[in-house]
Write a protein that binds this ligand. Structure first.
Ligand SMILES: [Zn+2]
Length: 224
């Protein structure tokens, strides 16, 4: 059966699939997944992880969290920890989280950290598209940027791609935006906090792009 990810026994075949952003801590490891962790989480048990202060977690204690994040990141980088893939998810959210002022400050600090330690970032952006782009631009941020969980229209996707950014799509996405990112070779797929597994996301991407899910390439920004 074309485009099927089921093997001869009917099991899911995760093959070379890569889940760039998930909050699931005990699944999806048959493919590679970057598990998103919070500042005080134990990082030892994850083959790949991202670490950062989510805009929802920006509160009056954010500078303490930032301090602890700096400490951990510094340690991981000095130990050459190859599981540590990215600073994330970080960004701006107008619907939830701390005040926009604090969110912006926390986002800036973490972008600065990513630049210093030469790490890509995984960006959460909800109803704050222009502000997010503005912050990234004003800092002249030069490491790879992945906009995760992107559901925006092709016009927004075009803007991101023109700036050299990457776009990650989950179970819900705009097919035209996905086609644009795929054409540029800057598309990732993810499960985020959904109940969907990464194979299903690959299957729907394969249908939209009219290619076999197993042929979907993964941009190599996390391999150093
Ligand atoms: Zn997430």
């Amino acid at each position: 059966m074309r485009n099927s990810l089921l093997d001869s026994r009917g099991n899911r075949n995760f093959g070379n699939m890569f889940d760039v952003h998930t909050h699931k801590r005990n699944a999806e490891w048959r493919g590679s997944a970057i598990v998103n962790l919070k500042v005080d989480d134990n990082v030892d048990m994850y083959p790949y992880f991202s670490l950062g202060i989510h805009p929802w977690d920006v509160d009056e204690l954010w500078t303490d969290k930032l301090q602890r994040l700096k400490c951990t990141v510094d340690k991981l980088v000095s130990m050459n920890n190859s599981s540590f893939c990215a600073i994330g998810e970080i960004g701006l959210d107008h619907l939830k989280g701390g005040s926009m002022d604090l969110q912006i400050r926390c986002f800036e600090e973490q972008l600065g950290m990513a630049e210093y330690y030469a790490k890509p970032v995984i960006v959460h952006c909800v109803k704050a598209f222009d502000e997010t782009l503005q912050v990234i631009k004003s800092l002249k941020f030069s490491m790879p940027v992945v906009f995760h969980g992107f559901r925006g229209k092709p016009e927004q996707a075009r803007q991101l791609l023109d700036k050299g950014f990457y776009i990650s799509f989950g179970p819900k996405f705009n097919p035209s935006s996905m086609k644009l990112a795929y054409a540029e070779g800057r598309m990732f797929l993810e499960t985020d906090d959904s109940g969907t597994d990464i194979a299903s996301v690959y299957e729907s991407a394969g249908r939209v792009l009219n290619i076999s899910p197993t042929d979907i390439p993964v941009p190599g920004i996390f391999t150093s």
